[in-house]
Design a binder for this molecule. Structure first.
Ligand code: HPA
Length: 235
């Protein structure tokens, strides 16, 4: 049944889904990685496709940017379409000095400056964590394929432009690898709904070093990261 934000028939999505932020990325992933991919929803330009990957049903759908948008789509996918394993495939800004552009980060936890998930369990500083099964599968896949995977905490921020310039260095001093805008919300929704989630992201820019990838490198490293995500889902 259609939802307020997804117009697709029952059964239109596979239990496994990749979640980029950008709708054009959803199209590119469907065209590049999936077989027999069909467009199943396009409400507000948020494109979703279902096809197969190595013979298994697989979906890909955009989430837009930030936790408010991502949690709308993930909640509806889980509750109305029976999606069970969600892997966000995004870009992240590196903040740890050890990180290189093009590295792939898997978020083993997500700090947040947002009030969004605090509303769920008042009085608790909730730990936003992924599915260990998916995280281990991603790490095992990267070990076997030589993908440059880094596992560690990220900051999920409501702000792309940080008003407090001291926040990023302080978090890096606590071992935080990167900043992005969706993982904590995804992890909280998945936990609350009893399903599995993981965020992997390619380091498209380094916030502290002031470096960023050119468009063609960005695409190449993004594809490498999608391979890690698909590898994790198909182990
Ligand atoms: N901040 C937040 N999200 C991001 C960034 C960033 O610097 N780079 C890629 N996604």
């Amino acid at each position: 049944m259609p939802t307020p934000h997804i117009s697709a028939p029952d059964g239109a999505f596979a239990p496994d889904i990749l979640l980029p932020g950008d709708p054009r990325r959803a199209t590119r992933i469907a065209e590049t990685f999936l077989d027999d991919a069909e467009l199943v929803t396009e409400v507000r330009g948020i494109l979703g496709y279902t096809g197969t990957y190595q013979g298994r049903p697989m979906s890909v759908m955009a989430t837009g940017m930030g936790m408010p948008s991502a949690t709308i789509y993930t909640t509806e996918l889980i509750r109305h379409y029976g999606v069970k394993r969600l892997v966000r495939v995004g870009t992240v800004g590196g903040i740890h000095m050890d990180l290189q552009l093009g590295d792939v980060v898997a978020a083993s936890s997500a700090h947040t400056d947002s009030a969004m998930t605090a509303q769920r369990l008042p009085g608790v500083h909730y730990s936003h964590a992924p599915s260990f099964t998916l995280l281990r599968a991603a790490a095992d896949h990267a070990d076997e394929t030589g993908a440059p995977l880094r596992v560690g905490p990220v900051l999920t921020s409501d702000a792309f432009y940080q008003p407090d310039e001291t926040l990023v260095p302080r978090l890096a001093a606590y071992g935080t690898l990167a900043v992005e805008m969706e993982a904590a919300g995804l992890y909280a929704v998945a936990a609350a709904e009893g399903v599995e989630a993981l965020m992997v992201g390619t380091v498209s820019d380094h916030v502290v070093k002031g470096e960023f990838l050119e468009a063609d490198e960005r695409e190449r490293t993004f594809a490498a990261m999608v391979s890690v995500a698909l590898g994790a889902l198909t182990r």
